[in-house]
Design a protein around this ligand. Structure first.
Ligand code: FRU
Length: 485
């Protein structure tokens, strides 16, 4: 099965038109990808796996695809790493994570068993499994699964029990796993082990308490800048102001960790990213102690892939995380700057109506605009534009909102195309950074205090950028072209 997938992928890769894929974002090789998996450092290189169905551009029996990089920006495609080919994972190798241990690369993932039994009833089980390898080839343990639902306390679901995030602390292995309580919705359970084969249930570190969704998928749990952070992707969330939107969302819970009782003491719950296409983030720690996050840049609710594409799904740019003033900040990894090409800079621009400054255009760029937060009606950046198409980022200083709108980006479906966030000025200014790589739009507000990630599949010829205002606006503009080819 793995060999079939590898062959299919090798052949398929040759058929993707050159230049079609973004340049510095990990994309599906062929077929479909979703969540990032196994984001880890192994032998000094960054490995990124992903949920993968090579045979179609829609979700199907989950394999693990695989890429690696030395710097988070230039990625090398590796052969498919896992296929759903055993009794315990025959219906899917679901999401998971990885660590380096004893010179080996260890993957921990969820095996899915979903079968109609002889008596006609369906048996659905999600269990946790281990595969060990050398950075290219991985072997599943004979003793898999290493954690089954029988380890869970009464009331925790055995059917929604998935997405282990493994880490090593001292001599011990730890894993947080997403689950669901029948009564209170999403929960994250903690397991510990001394050898990664025999695991013990330790406790429930956090729960939805019926407030933040039904199943808590894809947890990550780490300490950074003096705080403990839990990242979660809850299903079936309900909208709350501009903070949370309906459906599959991503949230972080920040607080202190009571290690003895395995409890996260909650201080803040907020959205990780406010865009239209962001889910299932996962992090790694670099050798120099940076916490880097990557997420699936697509959403379960909006399928936008153009019918002519033979690949669907891509990852965000890896982002460096920090906690500052009780908030989670994120910015593209600094390695991106090594790929900056032409710089265009305007220190003091006055916009009253419309302006298209010389040298400001393209579809692969890192653009930062700093605008005064004064008494005008609106400031906007209109990009990926030609006479027919555009996407737009609007800042309304009176309402203190930033809105991304892709209505006229060439969509042919009546799906979600617009989302707003509340923003705060910083010393009388708002900083908007837009990172584009052909179809990807990653917006960072005020040095990463908020992020908004969305996709647009506008034809690549639409590459004009224009600044618009209702009232007089003063701003500064810096733009770099970026390419990793
Ligand atoms: C999240 C998710 C995970 C699961 C995987 C299946 O997007 O639903 O919970 O492991 O996708 O592909």
């Amino acid at each position: 099965m793995l060999e079939n997938a590898r062959k299919y992928e090798r052949d398929g890769l040759k058929q993707i038109p050159e230049g079609q894929k973004p340049s510095f974002h990990v994309c599906a090789p062929v077929g479909w990808i979703n969540d990032p998996n196994g984001f880890s450092v192994y032998k000094g290189e960054y490995h990124l796996f992903y949920q993968y169905h090579p045979y179609k551009t829609v979700w199907g029996p989950m394999h693990w695809g695989h890429s690696k990089s030395k710097d988070f920006i230039k990625w090398e495609q590796l052969p498919c790493a896992l296929a759903p080919d055993t009794g315990y994972d025959g219906q899917g190798c679901f999401s998971g994570s990885a660590v380096e241990h004893d010179g080996k690369h260890m993957l921990m993932y969820t095996g899915v068993l979903n079968k109609v039994q002889e008596d006609g009833t369906r048996l659905l089980r999600q269990t946790q499994c281990i595969a060990v390898g050398d950075g290219v080839n991985y072997e599943k343990l004979d003793t898999n699964p290493v954690i089954t639902g029988d380890f869970l306390p009464e009331g925790s679901s055995r059917e929604d029990f998935r997405d282990p995030k493994i880490w090593i602390e001292g001599e011990d292995f730890y894993a947080v796993i997403g689950s669901r309580s029948e009564e209170t919705g999403g929960q994250i359970v903690l397991f510990t082990s001394q050898d990664a084969k025999n695991w013990k249930y330790a406790g429930i570190i956090e729960e939805s308490r019926n407030e933040y969704g039904e199943v808590w998928e894809c947890p990550d749990f780490f300490y950074i800048d003096g705080k403990q952070v839990l990242l979660i992707s809850p299903t079936e969330m309900m909208a709350d102001g501009l903070e949370f939107h309906n459906g599959n969302s991503t949230i972080y819970i920040l607080g202190d960790y009571d290690k003895g009782n395995h409890k996260l003491i909650r201080e803040r719950v907020a959205a990780i990213d406010y865009g239209l296409d962001f889910y299932a983030p996962q992090t790694l720690e670099t050798a120099d102690g940076r916490r880097i996050m990557v997420a699936w840049m697509q959403s379960w609710d909006n399928y936008l892939t153009p019918p002519s594409f033979q690949w669907s799904g891509l990852m965000t740019v890896p982002r460096e995380l920090h906690v500052k003033n009780g908030l989670l900040y994120q910015n593209p990894v600094r390695e991106l700057e090594n790929y900056y090409q032409k710089e265009v800079k305007y220190d003091a621009v006055t916009i009253n109506g419309e302006k298209e400054p010389d040298g400001i255009k393209g579809r692969q760029f890192d653009l930062t605009v700093e605008v005064e937060a004064r008494d005008y009606e609106e400031f906007a950046v209109r990009f990926a534009a030609d006479d027919k198409y555009y996407s737009i980022l609007r800042y309304n200083p009176k309402a203190n909102t930033v809105t991304f709108d892709r209505t006229y980006s060439g969509l042919r479906k009546d799906i979600l195309h617009k989302r707003s966030i509340n923003v705060k000025e910083q010393k009388g200014k708002i900083k908007l950074r837009i990172l584009m790589d052909k179809y990807t739009v990653e917006v960072f507000v005020n040095d990463g205090e908020q992020a908004m990630t969305s996709l647009i599949y506008t034809p690549l010829e639409a590459d004009r950028i224009r600044f618009l205002s209702k009232g007089e606006v003063k701003c500064s503009i810096v733009k770099y072209d970026v390419a990793a080819e």
